[in-house]
Ligand binder design. Structure first.
Ligand SMILES: Cc1cc2nc3c(=O)[nH]c(=O)nc-3n(C[C@H](O)[C@H](O)[C@H](O)COP(=O)(O)O)c2cc1C
Ligand SMILES: O=C(O)C(=O)c1ccccc1
Length: 387
């Protein structure tokens, strides 16, 4: 049982006594502060998306045409925000989405570790990206008792894929999240027009550098021959996955396999028939393809197709009410992306924990006021599509 009364109390009564929260409690404020604090190239990379960012903008604005209907005279004095996922009971429905440059979000370059510490502080699982600045074993070790998930960018080299997955198992990750929409990166003008951008990419290769199979592929220590190391990485980074690859992926692990990037109900059905344990409805925050429909608008169809299979969701979640709406529309758990990166940039683990707690406090308050003591009650009520 987790509720965020203490956090609300701290924020409200701190405010009354003239002590403001250390970081903004809303997304607009957070982004504005992060914008001033982050190096320009890093900011463009994190904040930006594909094309003219129509899809990215739609992801967030589409939440505005879904509404929750309040119910009265329900005892909501205690809320239970817990959810069941992969045989675990998580204290809250939030998780941190994989962010492949998290290392650089803190000044020391160890933002992945800071994100893992935010997970330890809040009980909100971190999805560790393949593209991290610290090896996945070190990231897992910093999560304390909070479970973590490993996000796989499937390399073309199958032995390397197997090695990464086995390392994730050994490090204690509880699920493998396979990202389907990024075997190649999308058309991102902010990065393409930025001469500093390529340098950012060198900071996401530690899972490769530390991998025995990768080192064999390079043929010599990549630290001593960075160019060959980077070329080897570029050559193997993204395998084009098809449904025919599912038996092979399935054979790599007994951990739950989650397919990330699914927005079409037919793909959700096919994923489940092919042995996926969960669906992850997301359009990568609009960073991969522009012109697409907002992810939240596809969630109801994906949930309907998934039946009893869990559906994770991200893309455009900016507030506690967005979290509540995604849950009402059937998400089992809700992923936070850019907001926690900004939290890391402003205050490391503490900043990211603040962002997660703010989202949870707002969602918890909404449930308290609107008469939904549990996530199940919210889900049963659903959300209305506004005209
Ligand atoms: C800077 C950045 C890097 C990302 N890197 C990855 C990644 O390595 N793997 C992945 O599956 N998704 C990655 N994503 C996508 C997120 O997991 C998530 O789908 C997205 O951020 C959700 O949208 P939102 O940020 O608008 O909430 C990245 C997103 C951002 C903003
Ligand atoms: O930026 C991203 O969203 C992402 O997933 C990625 C892909 C390749 C290299 C670096 C990040």
């Amino acid at each position: 049982m987790a509720h965020y009364g203490d956090f609300q109390h701290e924020i409200y009564f701190g405010g009354l006594s003239g002590v403001l929260p250390k970081y903004p409690v809303d997304f607009a404020g957070l982004e504005a502060r992060a914008q001033a604090a982050m190096a320009p190239s890093l900011l463009k990379y994190v904040q930006g998306g594909c094309g003219d960012e129509f899809t990215q903008d739609s992801n967030a604005s589409a939440f505005r045409h879904w509404g929750i209907v309040p119910r009265m005279m329900v005892d909501c004095s205690v809320r239970d925000l817990s959810v069941d996922l992969f045989g675990m009971t998580l204290p809250t429905p939030l998780f941190m989405a994989p962010i492949g440059v998290t290392g650089l979000c803190t000044q020391d370059g160890h933002g992945d570790i800071a994100a893992a510490r935010a997970a330890a502080l809040t009980g909100v699982p971190l999805t560790a990206s393949t593209l991290s600045n610290d090896p996945m074993e070190d990231v897992a070790a910093a999560m304390g008792d909070t479970p973590g998930f490993f996000q796989l960018y499937t390399p073309k080299d199958k032995d390397l894929a197997e090695s990464l997955v086995h390392r994730a198992e050994a490090a204690g990750y509880k699920a493998i999240i396979v990202t389907l929409d990024t075997w190649v990166t999308g058309w991102r003008p902010r990065d393409l027009n930025d001469s500093n951008f390529p340098q950012l990419r060198g900071h996401v290769l530690s899972n490769y550098w530390s991998d025995p199979r990768f080192r064999t592929m390079v043929g010599r220590p990549p630290e001593q021959d960075v160019r060959t190391g980077v070329m080897t990485w570029a050559g193997t980074f993204g395998k084009v996955l098809t449904w025919d690859d599912m038996p092979w992926l399935r054979s790599l692990t007994t951990l739950p396999i989650v397919l990330k990037g699914i927005c079409h109900p037919d793909d959700a059905r096919r994923a489940i028939d092919s042995g996926a344990d969960a669906i992850y409805c997301s359009n990568h925050g609009g960073r991969q393809a522009n012109g697409g429909i907002a992810a939240i608008d596809m969630l109801p169809d994906v949930v309907a197709a998934a039946g009893s299979t869990p559906v994770l969701f991200d893309s455009g979640v900016r507030s506690g009410s967005d979290v509540a709406k995604a849950l009402a529309l059937g998400a089992t758990a809700v992923g936070v992306g850019r907001p926690y990166s900004y939290g890391l940039a402003l205050g490391g683990a503490e900043g990211a924990a603040h962002v997660l707690r703010s989202l949870l406090a707002e969602a918890d308050l909404l449930m308290a006021v609107d008469g939904y003591p549990t996530i199940a009650a919210l889900r049963e009520a659903g959300a209305r599509r506004l005209p």
